[in-house]
Design a protein around this ligand. Structure first.
Ligand SMILES: Cc1cc2nc3c(=O)[nH]c(=O)nc-3n(C[C@H](O)[C@H](O)[C@H](O)COP(=O)(O)O)c2cc1C
Length: 278
């Protein structure tokens, strides 16, 4: 299913929302969201599935809503990502979940990736998961209020949510001694800028890209001691970067394909993930 708006505009306008109007999602919008989820579930090659928990299904017992430890208020619907316990591909999972977030944004819906501040047991109960499944990521989805709550403002300020690292810390030209300029990256500079603007867990922005004559090589710069053993959330972040880069390249009709190189340039303290070969 095609997006209605430019992907570049969607990436620029998406922002994490944590306070929602108590308003049901409009029926036509809901149908489109459900169709897109069905499409993603049909396409995925990993052991993952995506579910929309909506209306009464988002209420547990006696009107108690699915728990987010107070971080999310007012949301009556959630996008839920379910993964097989034996499936290690957090890269692809992050890529697919971000496509879903951007599709929701295209429909005029607000969202917020949640990897930590949601009550897993509530969501697991509401979905009747199989023994081999778990839920690494959910997102509220709906219409955000115009005004943020104090807790939300404090949370955004704590992680510096509006800030992004400069190009000179993220993108490199041939070696990490040489920062990549937008001019040198052309015509891929917008695709890299969309990587830079992406959401990431605690806004750590672990993506790093090394450009050479063959293409763009994506790496993770891990934050020591960050994350949980059960799910590789920083690899998930690179999946988001991959999604932004690819959708932007497609929109701008730039050539290329993803490959995993057997002998990538090795960079101390970074982990190689994949390359866009043009
Ligand atoms: C994988 C992932 C996990 C996240 N987990 C949480 C979370 O548990 N709670 C939360 O409030 N925000 C969470 N966020 C939202 C980030 O804090 C947010 O994307 C980042 O601060 C940048 O802000 P922005 O999304 O408004 O651009 C998560 C984001 C990602 C990508």
């Amino acid at each position: 299913m095609e997006f209605q708006h430019s992907v570049l505009d969607l990436i620029k306008t998406r922002i994490s929302s944590r306070t929602f109007k108590e308003l049901a999602i409009e029926e036509r919008t809901l149908e489109k969201l459900k169709s897109y989820i069905a499409e993603l579930n049909g396409e995925t090659k990993i052991k993952a599935r995506f579910v929309l928990v909506n209306g009464d299904d988002a209420v547990l017992v006696q009107g108690k809503k699915l728990g987010t430890y107070g971080f999310i208020k007012g949301a009556g619907s959630f996008l839920v990502g379910v993964l097989d316990k034996a499936e290690p591909d957090a890269l692809e999972f992050g890529y697919l979940f971000e496509k879903l977030i951007l599709f929701a944004t295209d429909l005029g819906l607000d969202s917020c990736w949640l990897g930590g501040t949601f009550k897993k047991s509530d969501f697991e109960k509401s979905l009747n998961l199989k023994d081999n499944e778990y839920i690494p990521i959910v997102s509220p989805v709906g219409y955000a209020t115009e005004k943020r709550r104090i807790l939300e403002t404090a949370m955004r300020s704590f992680v510096g949510a509006a800030n992004r690292k400069p190009w000179s810390e993220l993108f490199f030209d041939g070696s990490i001694a040489k920062p990549l300029t937008e001019d040198k990256a052309a015509p891929f500079s917008s695709a890299l800028e969309m990587v830079r603007l992406g959401p990431s867990a605690s806004n750590k922005q672990p993506w790093r890209v090394l450009m050479d004559e063959k293409g763009f090589h994506f790496y993770i710069c891990r934050t020591k001691g960050y994350g949980v053993p059960s799910y590789d959330v920083q690899l998930n972040d690179i999946g988001i970067a991959k999604c932004h880069f690819e959708l932007c390249a497609k929109e701008l009709e730039l050539p290329g394909l993803w490959q995993k190189l057997e002998n990538p340039v090795s960079v101390a303290s970074w982990e190689y993930v994949c390359s866009w070969m043009s």
